[in-house]
Design a protein around this ligand. Structure first.
Ligand code: ZN
Length: 82
């Protein structure tokens, strides 16, 4: 018979993820820059597409290169989205 270790009871513990960021790779832009600025795409949802039946503007957070402005796309195929 094997005993499994039990989880501590009553713990509403937040899972802590410790990552050594000094060991992590920097995402480098095509232009060689590796600092990014937070910016937003603004998506216009037409009244026909909107669940509320009204036109809406939806911000989508992205990161763009602080040097050339290239949006970091995380390897996604831009054309397949939406
Ligand atoms: Zn760049």
């Amino acid at each position: 018979m094997t005993m499994k270790p039990m989880k501590p009871i009553g713990g509403n513990q937040q899972q802590q993820v410790t990552v050594d960021l000094s060991q992590a790779e920097n995402i480098v832009c095509k232009c060689g820059n590796y600092s990014y600025i937070q910016s937003y795409f603004l998506k216009r949802i037409s009244a026909l597409m909107s669940p509320t039946g009204q036109e809406a503007i939806v911000p989508v957070q992205v990161f763009s290169c602080g040097n050339c402005g290239e949006v970091f796309a995380d390897g996604k195929d831009k054309s397949s989205e939406g």
